[in-house]
Design a protein around this ligand. Structure first.
Ligand SMILES: [Zn+2]
Ligand SMILES: [Zn+2]
Length: 97
């Protein structure tokens, strides 16, 4: 994944082109990195996605809705990852793909 351009938004890593944590187009998967950053054991879960964001003058991403680079609502990754993990555990053994 080293040749995929990535960006960091409020401590989570996404592909630069689509702001996705898991991106088929970029062939990128940042779950393991983000999971370990937020103190989780990496599991097979849905990837998180950044909402509509834009870069400010310093090149820092901020949410369009609130204009914040550390927005708890839009960039509340830990909460979103926790939710994705719970869903993945509930889904159980559907690890065919
Ligand atoms: Zn992408
Ligand atoms: Zn926001």
């Amino acid at each position: 994944m080293s040749d995929v351009a990535t960006v960091e938004i409020n401590d989570a890593i996404f592909c630069q082109s689509h702001l996705k944590e898991v991106c088929a187009e970029c062939n990128y998967d940042g779950r393991e990195e983000n999971d370990s950053f937020f103190g989780f054991d990496p599991i097979d879960r849905e990837g998180i996605e950044a909402p509509t964001s834009s870069q400010n003058k310093e090149g820092v991403y901020q949410c369009k809705k609130h204009g914040s680079a550390a927005c708890n609502q839009c960039y509340g990754w830990k909460k979103q990852i926790t939710r994705a993990r719970t869903a993945a555990k509930k889904a159980g053994k559907k690890s065919s793909s």
